[in-house]
Design a protein around this ligand. Structure first.
Ligand SMILES: Nc1nc2c(ncn2[C@@H]2O[C@H](COP(=O)(O)OP(=O)(O)O)[C@@H](O)[C@H]2O)c(=O)[nH]1
Ligand SMILES: [Mg+2]
Length: 342
């Protein structure tokens, strides 16, 4: 059984004292104009970046040979897909279209752009997977552990999941936490659980976590919140690492902020490998405009992309990662054609 991937609309959940979206300063004509101007400037900058990338960094053998290839390369690298991966994808797409390697030559060829879109989309799609099933089938209950660096959005995501896949779908759900590092963190989850009318347990050790799971086999969904781990902490998290690595019934998701730069992201993913995460889950998509690093990391590790969170609102700001959505993020210019070509 795979769980639904579309999320029902729900009213935002707020803890007492949390700032409400409706308290935001109302837009005035001046702020409207300013934000329009900023948006215009951003567009112009993106165009300049695109042009510079195309002429300055496109592999030499494409320059003057195929404008389509240079354009696609520029689009991917402008989205901050790694240069190596962008080159690989574009070359493979070009080869597919032509049935052979593009010959070097002086003439600028612009093939039918739409003919190039299909192999480009297919090559891009073949580099990642998106998987929106929760838990490790056919394990029952479905148990999902969220791990990641501090502040990446684990607790927020957990509550969103508990509402959308537990309560809204009428599935018995239980949040557990072994985040004993910060009292406030567990208190926040406890408060949400109380508002939602569901149980909550804070466990001190992995053996008590194992016991709590055992005692709650009747639940359909169990979500485990973990402390935010920085590089230094990861070495001390042996017992958690051993627990997650050896429990075949726990689906561990690495929760990472989308605005991280590519190099930091790769380092982080490698460091967290000790916890054996099976999925990558990105949050804070609303805080960046460059989604290439997410894509590059999914391609590099082969780990499926899971959910995206693009905002703080609980429970609305959560969406299942679909192949179409990932393509729209890394190849926005192919956006309109993505669905028809896929
Ligand atoms: N803008 C934005 N903020 C988010 C998102 N997800 C979580 N946050 C915020 O990031 C901060 C840290 O989130 P939290 O869930 O406590 O992170 P944790 O330390 O990993 O458990 C909180 O202020 C959240 O409201 C998101 O998708 N977008
Ligand atoms: Mg937390």
């Amino acid at each position: 059984m795979s769980l639904p991937t579309s999320l029902p609309p729900e009213a935002s959940l707020k803890l007492p004292g949390e700032r409400s979206e409706s308290m935001a300063v109302p837009p005035s004509p001046v702020t409207d104009r300013l934000s329009m101007e900023v948006a215009e400037l951003k567009k112009e900058l993106a165009g300049m970046r695109h042009a510079i990338t195309r002429t300055a960094y496109a592999p030499a053998q494409w320059i003057g040979v195929s404008q389509d290839l240079s354009d696609a390369y520029a689009a991917l690298t402008a989205a901050e897909v790694s240069a190596e991966l962008a080159r690989e994808i574009v070359q493979a797409a070009g080869d597919r279209l032509n049935g052979h390697r593009l010959p070097p030559g002086p003439a600028t060829k612009r093939t039918d752009g739409s003919a190039f879109q299909r192999p480009l989309i297919e090559e891009t799609s073949s580099r990642f997977t998106a998987d929106a099933t929760l838990g490790r089938s056919p394990a029952q209950p479905r148990i999902v552990a969220l791990v990641g660096p501090p502040g990446s959005g684990k607790t927020t995501t957990l509550v969103k999941l508990a509402v959308n896949y537990g309560l809204a779908a009428r599935r018995p759900v239980l949040p557990l936490s072994i985040d004993t590092h910060r009292v406030a963190a567990a208190d926040r989850l406890r408060s949400y659980a109380a508002i939602l009318g569901i149980g909550f347990q804070l466990l001190e050790t992995v053996s008590s976590l194992a016991q709590a799971i055992e005692e709650n086999r009747g639940k359909e969904l169990i979500f485990i919140d973990t402390p935010g781990l920085a590089y230094g902490d990861l070495e001390d998290s042996e017992s958690l690492a051993h627990f997650l690595a050896t429990r075949g019934d726990i689906d561990t998701h690495l929760v990472l902020p989308a605005p991280m730069k590519a190099a930091g992201l790769s380092r982080m993913v490698d460091a967290f490998e000790i916890l054996r995460p099976r999925h990558l889950r990105f949050t804070k998509l609303d805080e960046t405009g460059s989604y290439g690093p997410i894509f590059s990391e999914a391609a590099r590790t082969g780990k499926p992309l899971y959910f995206f969170a693009a905002g703080r609102r609980i429970p609305e700001d959560l969406e299942a990662a679909s192949p179409e959505r990932v393509l729209d993020l890394v190849l926005p210019s192919a956006g309109g054609r993505t669905r028809s070509a896929a």
